[in-house]
Every structure is written in structure tokens, then in C-alpha cells.
Design a binder for this molecule. Structure first.
Ligand code: UVW
Length: 311
């Protein structure tokens, strides 16, 4: 995307000041009591789906920069009372990037031109201690829960896999809504299925999973904005398309920039949507209660999450 075109879109979508000068929750403010009541009303069948990957040494990372979790037991068979040695406990420590597997991006995760969401100056906000503002803890209270809507783009396209450089368009999103019989509502969280996670879950090809990949085109941010959505999640690494042209453009990861920095819209990555998608295709219902609370790591740029969809 050329910088001039990007700037025009960014200006139109920018939510700075919309929820006050101190706001650190962005589009999660679209989730009100009515949204939550509507979300709860989607639960009729009692079917629960876990959308998270496991966090372990066999995770999706290749080891370059972001690595897979390492777990160490720090207490093993430790007696609770040395005088009663048969009652013991075990504790552990995990060493991992917060971006290791299924995760939320905090609003402070990316920025451009030295400014973050809500006009926070990066030089006053970011340091080796993390994000003094816009850290993930601000998304953790009261948490992230809403009506989730799955848009199954892989199914829409009737393909086994999307081309590696496929940029999902606004027309694709509208076509998926029409094909699935869903209408997006204010405060919804949209979950985009590209099928890309299968490079990891089925093929164990971590280089392919973390490399160039299909995903949303930058202009899908306009669709997110115009539907007043609360957050966007996907089953790939980056939510958006990662192709050579985009990465080499004036604004790499343009969708990230528009969502996180301009709109204040959190992004959920590496959500495993295959089982949920199979069920949605089966019963023809693509909406559900989505519970995806980040962990309140103070000042962090992201958080692991174990998202649950309840139908
Ligand atoms: C980057 O790769 C910078 O971000 P993300 O993990 O959010 O896609």
C-alpha cells in the first residue's frame, strides 16, 4: 500500500479520543451489556470448542526470535510438611515469548510515526520494561467476551488451501456473511478461517506456517470499522496477509497498523478454528459466545489465550 493511500484510510478509521483521552481499550468499548446478553443468547446446544493451541516445546515457532515454550519443574515431590512426607506438591516455571502460540496483540504491540493508539507518544510509552500505557492488562479487565462470528473463507472459496499470497477482500467477507446467513453486529468479534493453521496442526511445517501466508487485506480494516466490531481473530500467524509485496511496501503489516494503532482494535492470532468450522458447517450456525480473556501481564505487548466458543 502506498503511504498516501494508507494515510487517507488511517485518518478515516482513527478512533483516537472517541472513548476519551485516557482510553486504553479501544474497540472493546463497543461491547456493552446488550452485546453480552445477545452473545449469551446464542448458546442453545451446549457445545464447547477450544480454539487454543497447546503451549509446549512442539509449538509453531521456528526458534528465530520467537521460540517455543520451555517448562521446568521447580518443585517436585516437595512435602507440604516434612513431618508428613506422603503429602507432596509440584510447581513449575515456563520460559516463553508471550507471542509463542494462540495470543492477543495488545494495543501497544505496533505503531508508526512514533505514535501509538490514542495519540500516545512511543518515546514516552515504550521501554525495555514494556508498555507504560496500552499494555495487555487493559484488555484483561473485565476481559474479552462477546458474540463471536466465524467467517469461513476457506470454505467459501471451495479450496483445500488458499494461495500463500491470497489477500482476503471486503467482497470475500461480505460473500461469507451472505453464504453463511450471518449479519455482523456492533461489538461482535469476527474469527477469520483461512485454513493456514493446518500448515502447523496437520503438516507440522513450521517454516510454512510462520512464513508468507494468506490473510486479510489491509482495506478489510475499513469493513471492521464500519461494522463497529470489537476485535478480529484468525487462524494464521498475523491475521493479515503476509506477502512479499506487503512486507516490502511503504507500510508493512498495514492491517495491524490500522487496527491496533489507529482504531484500537485488538488482534487475536493462531486461533485453531477447524473443529468449530466443521460444526458450523454442520448445523449452519456461525455465531456463538466467545470467551477469550487475556492474562493481565502488566505492561505486556501481548498475552497467550485459551479461547472458548460455546454454542
Ligand atoms: C508481528 O509479527 C510484528 O506481529 P504479529 O505477531 O502480531 O503478527
Amino acid at each position: 500500500m502506498q503511504r498516501q493511500d494508507f494515510d487517507a484510510v488511517a485518518e478515516r478509521l482513527r478512533n483516537w479520543g472517541r472513548w476519551g483521552p485516557e482510553d486504553q481499550r479501544g474497540t472493546l468499548n463497543h461491547i456493552g451489556p446488550e452485546t453480552l446478553r445477545d452473545a449469551a443468547a446464542t448458546v442453545t446446544a451446549g457445545k464447547l470448542f477450544n480454539l487454543g493451541l497447546n503451549f509446549d516445546k512442539n509449538g509453531p515457532q521456528t526458534g528465530a526470535g520467537r521460540f517455543n515454550p520451555k517448562l521446568y519443574a521447580t518443585d517436585l515431590f516437595t512435602p507440604l510438611n516434612p513431618a508428613r512426607p506422603s503429602a507432596v506438591y509440584s510447581d513449575d516455571v515456563i520460559h516463553m515469548p508471550l507471542q509463542a502460540a494462540t495470543q492477543w496483540d495488545a494495543l501497544g504491540h505496533v505503531h508508526y510515526d512514533g505514535v501509538l493508539y490514542n495519540n500516545c507518544k512511543a518515546c514516552d510509552t515504550l521501554s525495555e520494561k514494556g508498555a507504560a500505557r496500552l499494555g495487555i492488562e487493559h484488555l484483561a479487565t473485565p476481559g474479552i467476551m462477546s458474540r463471536g462470528v466465524l467467517l469461513d473463507i476457506l470454505r467459501l472459496k471451495r479450496l483445500e488451501r488458499l494461495p500463500v499470497d491470497y489477500a482476503i477482500t471486503v467482497d470475500d467477507l461480505n460473500a461469507a456473511c451472505a453464504a453463511q446467513g450471518v449479519t455482523m453486529r456492533k461489538g461482535d468479534i469476527v474469527l477469520i478461517r483461512t485454513g493456514h493453521i493446518q500448515r502447523f496442526t496437520l503438516e507440522q511445517d513450521r517454516a510454512a506456517f510462520t512464513g508468507l501466508q494468506p490473510g486479510l487485506s489491509p482495506l478489510c480494516a475499513e469493513w471492521v470499522h464500519d461494522h463497529s466490531l470489537a476485535a478480529v481473530c484468525a487462524d494464521n500467524l498475523a491475521v493479515e496477509v503476509m506477502d512479499a509485496a506487503g512486507l516490502g511496501s511503504d507500510m508493512p503489516l498495514a492491517f495491524h497498523m490500522l487496527c491496533l494503532r489507529d482504531m484500537g482494535c485488538p488482534l487475536g492470532e493462531m486461533f485453531n478454528l477447524d473443529a468449530l468450522a466443521a460444526d458450523c458447517a454442520d448445523d449452519g450456525r456461525y455465531d456463538f459466545l466467545l470467551s477469550a480473556p487475556p492474562i493481565a501481564f502488566t505492561n505486556a505487548f501481548g498475552s497467550p489465550v485459551n479461547p472458548l466458543a460455546l454454542k
